[in-house]
Design a protein around this ligand. Structure first.
Ligand code: NAD
Length: 362
């Protein structure tokens, strides 16, 4: 099992170090190799995704990624900015399916801005199509308008598009994922206004016929945004396009109260995947040893489950995280008065200890 480890920038190096300690204690035959990515790679090699880093990622079964970015790179030309490394990896590895679970841990119910009864026990999965839609559609650019409301004025434009195979494959990913959960898929679209999303809805409906055991419903994106804050537990698996998924997955993330707790996975058609926390490089707390490593540790658990076929090891990590939370340890982002504040390293120690203890006691 080959894992490419790309810690990146800011807190990326601190949180990935803890995830590696957790993987090490599982005592599985991993081969792990690290490389620079993002701003760190730009500093050393003049590019956020050097060829050697890309090759390492391509040759691996899975990529464990920290985070990239820092405000100091905001003035660089777009292709040289750290965040381009993520786009480059998605494109080159064909990572078209993004999984973002939003789980509210019992012990963290008060961290949410929603009422506890709305989110206690929340466990939803947002599946976002990652390589198509208006983010990648051509043509795009700036020009002088020849029609519209202001002919002759300067205008900018992007193109929303999806092909049949792109929609079919993400729909299948969603139905398969739902089969392993409570067998419900909500497809989110804007079919009432957009041709692309009427097409999306028609194809998801067609694919749904192959999965008669999975219940499918459709929801417009504006309603989905409302329902996520009104009654989020109504959902199980949500599948949607790139732009709607971008927005809804961040909204769902905040339901749980802490971005420091949320893992994510991006997979291709051979289950090779990139696993990363849902948050960024947090330059405001980088180097202070206070970042929450749990999102990255939980991303490593997803990696074991989806790309490395080690579901039991994934369960061990997830139950260790739950027991550490139950013991009252918290990093600053999830701390409350009746709990004990710890730093990144102590949180990693606690997860390692919980796994080791369970191994010893069976
Ligand atoms: P961010 O997610 O890095 O931080 C937002 C807030 O959450 C900050 O206050 C930060 O301290 C806090 N936070 C984030 N992760 C935390 C953790 N594990 N533990 C405790 N607190 C945590 O978002 P931002 O500040 O908007 O962006 C910072 C940089 O990260 C930017 O350069 C941005 O482009 C980049 N970014 C990268 C990714 C990625 O690598 N996938 C994603 C988002 C943003």
């Amino acid at each position: 099992m080959k894992i490419a480890v790309l810690p990146g920038d800011g807190i990326g190096t601190e949180i990935v170090a803890e995830a590696i300690r957790v993987l090490d204690v599982l005592d599985l035959p991993f081969e792990m190799e690290s490389a620079l990515v993002g701003g760190a790679a730009y500093e050393a090699h003049g590019h956020p995704l050097p060829d050697a880093t890309l090759k390492l990622a391509k040759d691996a079964d899975a990529v464990l990624f920290g985070a990239v970015g820092d405000w100091k790179y905001d003035k660089l030309d777009r292709p040289l900015r750290p965040e381009q490394a993520i786009l480059g990896l998605r494109k080159n590895l064909g990572l078209f399916a993004n999984f973002r679970p939003a789980i509210c841990y019992e012990q963290l119910v008060d961290a949410s801005s929603l009422k506890p009864e709305l989110i206690a026990g929340l466990d939803i999965l947002i599946i976002r199509e990652l390589t198509g839609d208006i983010y990648f559609g051509q043509p795009r650019g700036r020009r002088t308008a020849v029609d519209g409301h202001f002919p002759g004025a300067e205008e900018a434009f992007d193109t929303m598009r999806y092909s049949r195979p792109e929609v079919e494959r993400i729909a299948r990913v969603a139905f398969e994922a739902a089969r392993k959960r409570s067998k419900r898929v909500t497809s989110v679209d804007k079919a009432n206004v957009l041709e692309t999303f009427q097409f999306w809805k028609d194809i998801v409906t067609e694919v749904g016929k192959e999965y008669p055991d999975v219940e499918l419903d459709h929801m417009y994106v504006d309603n989905a945004a409302m329902q996520l804050v009104k009654a989020p537990k109504k959902f199980d698996v949500i599948v949607t396009g790139n732009m709607f998924g971008d927005i809804l997955s961040d909204e769902a993330a905040m339901l749980t109260g802490s971005i420091g707790m949320l893992p994510s996975a991006s997979l291709n058609s051979t289950n090779q995947g990139l696993y990363e926390p849902s948050h960024g490089s947090a330059p405001d707390i980088a180097g202070k040893g206070v970042a929450n490593p749990l999102a990255t540790i939980l991303s490593a658990a997803m990696m074991l489950r989806f790309s490395l076929n080690q579901p039991e090891a994934a369960d061990r990590i997830e139950s260790a995280v739950k027991s550490v939370l139950a013991s009252g340890l918290r990093t600053g982002d999830i701390w409350s008065e009746d709990t004990k504040r710890v730093g990144t390293r102590e949180m990693g120690d606690a997860v390692v200890a919980a796994i080791t203890k369970k191994t010893i006691t069976g």
